[in-house]
Design a protein around this ligand. Structure first.
Ligand code: RIB
Length: 300
């Protein structure tokens, strides 16, 4: 079974701020860094660092060389990534003193997918292969439909939420990994319990992984439920914590680990990511997760 992640690659411009800037305010930042990121790239890197081979497909613009280098360095197979004219996707990220972030996204090359490009890449994959997707690229509905028609296993992180998701058939998704805000936006519910119930009702064949911020995460499939608390760390930068969780949980599923083991592994990996600066750079190696995981305080 091969794994393909068809997703975004961004250059993240990260500004350290005392507080998130308010409308009309001018605010001096106390530091600025440039990192490789994008939900797609971060999740590919998390899979690769967890030890699972992954192909990444996506588009970068003229300044995309560092994104290609990040793939090479972390062991992501980037043979399907194309460089096109125009700008790469990028973000402006504010990180406050509590490590919380605010992200302004410019799609750039990530939104220049064509059906021909999608068809060409998918042509190299077959029934039983897995495809991982997020919502930072265009043609998401087309990619889901095409991969499902080929009998690939579709895994979706519907993030960030926007109206493009309304044309996606979540019934074709084998596993949905989302946070409670996205869960609320998709179901119209507020409470995690209601979100889970509604998702089960709407998509009875879909495995759900709902992350709940400080309250951990829940896995649900039909009548089966598992809960995972977070591991406590000092938050430096929460960027890519969710992507780390997604990549590591998926790696556990691919390796055949049990759901509780996979949730614990993903929670440890994302806690380590939160304790470090940046997006792709903050994602730990499997070895680091195993070493640090032993010393981590037991879940809160
Ligand atoms: O999930 C974190 C990512 O979201 C960042 O790396 C940024 O690029 C945005 O896409």
């Amino acid at each position: 079974m091969k794994i393909l992640n068809f997703g975004s690659l961004n250059i993240d411009y990260v500004y350290a701020v005392e507080h998130m800037i308010a409308p009309g305010e001018t605010l001096a930042s106390s530091g600025m860094s440039i990192f490789c990121g994008g939900k797609g790239l971060n999740q590919s890197i998390a899979l690769a660092k967890a030890g699972v081979p992954v192909y990444h497909a996506g588009l970068v613009g003229e300044e995309g060389a560092p994104l290609l280098e990040a793939c090479r360095e972390s062991g992501v197979n980037g043979k399907y990534i194309r460089t096109i004219s125009g700008r790469s996707g990028h973000t402006i990220i504010q990180v406050d003193r509590d490590g919380q972030n605010c992200i302004l996204l410019y799609g750039g090359a990530n939104r220049k997918f064509t059906k021909e490009y999608v068809d060409e890449v998918l042509g190299d994959f077959e029934a039983g292969d897995m495809i991982l997707l997020q919502n930072e690229v265009n043609l998401l509905d087309y990619i889901i439909d095409s991969a499902y028609a080929k009998k690939m296993t579709v895994v979706l992180n519907p993030s960030p939420y926007d109206s493009a998701l309304e044309s996606c058939d979540f019934g074709k998704v084998a596993m949905l990994l989302l946070n409670e805000i996205e869960g609320g936006q998709i179901t119209g519910e507020e409470e995690p319990e209601n979100i889970l119930e509604k998702l089960r009702e709407l998509y009875p064949e879909t495995k759900i992984v709902l992350t709940l911020g400080k309250n951990g995460a829940v896995y649900q499939y039909k009548d089966e439920r598992y809960y995972q608390d977070i591991y406590k760390v000092k938050a430096v930068d929460t960027t890519a914590a969710g992507d780390t969780f997604t990549g590591y949980f998926l790696s556990s599923a691919v390796e055949g680990m049990s759901v509780p083991e996979g949730l614990a592994l993903a929670a440890k990996a994302s806690a380590l990511a939160v304790s470090r600066k940046g997006a792709a750079d903050s994602i730990p190696l499997r070895r680091e997760v195993m070493e640090n995981g032993r010393q981590m305080q037991s879940p809160m």
